[in-house]
Design a binder for this molecule. Structure first.
Ligand SMILES: C[S@@+](CC[C@H](N)C(=O)[O-])C[C@H]1O[C@@H](n2cnc3c(N)ncnc32)[C@H](O)[C@@H]1O
Length: 303
């Protein structure tokens, strides 16, 4: 077992919680809460209709003060993005027949709740996030702390996978929450996740996901993220010394082809780029972003 303290590879450091930024939506009324999110909060969480908006906004601000992600500021967690994924309907029978799913970078865990409400057995679901506070906020948002059977854990996907976590503050002996899942997952959902990192970091990430998935045809990675018609590195919003890579269909395929060759595995990729409000210029045109930005929906199938 290794006890080295490798530097985590993730490229987001801090970031201001100032709300005066384009990716924090200030004027929010009931219409901003999607029908599926409203139904989930009413029927699954039991929150009265007139309490949903203030409840959601209070939870958003608690999450924003932990880290100001655009998906939090723009209330994109209310999209329940997994239910919009073209393969969503295929996930439920797979999970009902004992397959397992990890929601990587799950934040509030909203997509785990959407799967449970759609009939997925919660005991087959795992949610992982760097920040344990988000897991606790998820229980508060969905009011299910005492009943949800899904497993949540906090861990850094880039940490040493052999068993120890690479948190520089720990003593090197904390078990990495991902270690027990190695080779045991059937599906990994990674929404608004790959796009946080540079291309080199994303390649390392893809290799980590390959190791977590069952080494069988049909193992699957799905999600959505910010993409661009012209693939390339962009300056990181929160750390100007870093970059984050925006993919198009070709660069996404190239990346999975490269990590496939490195790991002796083969993958088929599917990508859709869509022009969607909130995934383009509003992200911060003052930083030179905007043109060509798209929402990218993807699936990666092990052959
Ligand atoms: C942009 S949010 C996306 C949240 C959610 N998947 C969604 O689509 O709304 C990214 C999430 O990934 C988590 N995260 C960032 N770096 C991570 C890492 N290295 N390992 C695990 N989780 C990480 C963050 O704490 C955050 O909750």
């Amino acid at each position: 077992m290794s006890h080295t303290h490798e530097r985590p590879l993730f490229s987001e450091f801090g970031g201001s919680s100032d709300k005066n930024v384009p990716w924090y939506t200030r004027d929010v009324d009931d219409s901003k809460i999607s029908k599926p999110a409203r139904e989930l909060l009413q029927t699954y969480s039991g929150i009265p209709a007139d309490e949903i908006l203030p409840h959601v906004l209070a939870m958003r601000d608690r999450a924003w003060s932990i880290h100001p992600y655009p998906c939090i500021g723009r209330l994109r967690f209310l999209d329940l993005s997994i239910i919009q994924h073209p393969l969503f309907q295929t996930l439920i029978p797979r999970l009902q027949s004992s397959q397992t799913l990890l929601d990587l970078g799950c934040c509030f865990g909203q997509d785990i709740r959407a799967l449970v409400a759609a009939g997925a057995p919660a005991q087959n679901l795992y949610g992982a996030d760097l920040r344990p506070e988000y897991t606790q906020l998820g229980y508060d948002l969905f009011k299910d702390r005492d009943r949800l059977q899904a497993t949540f854990f906090s861990a850094n996907i880039f940490a040493d996978q052999e068993g120890t976590d690479a948190d520089p503050d720990d003593d090197g002996k904390t078990e990495n929450g991902f270690a027990p899942l190695r080779g045991k997952l059937d599906i990994i959902h990674a929404a608004s996740f790959f796009h946080l990192f540079s291309l080199n970091e994303q390649r390392a990430l893809a290799r980590r996901l390959i190791a977590l998935l069952r080494p069988l045809p049909g193992s699957l990675v799905i999600g959505r993220q910010a993409g661009n018609v012209v693939a390339g590195e962009m300056p990181s919003r929160s750390d100007p010394s870093k970059t984050t890579f925006r993919h198009n269909g070709d660069s996404w395929w190239d990346m999975w082809d490269a990590v496939g060759r490195e790991t002796g595995t083969e993958w088929r990729t599917e990508v859709g780029l869509k022009e969607v409000e909130g995934w383009s210029s509003g992200m911060g045109t003052e930083e030179g972003r905007g043109e060509g930005d798209r929402m990218m929906v993807f699936a990666v199938h092990r052959l």
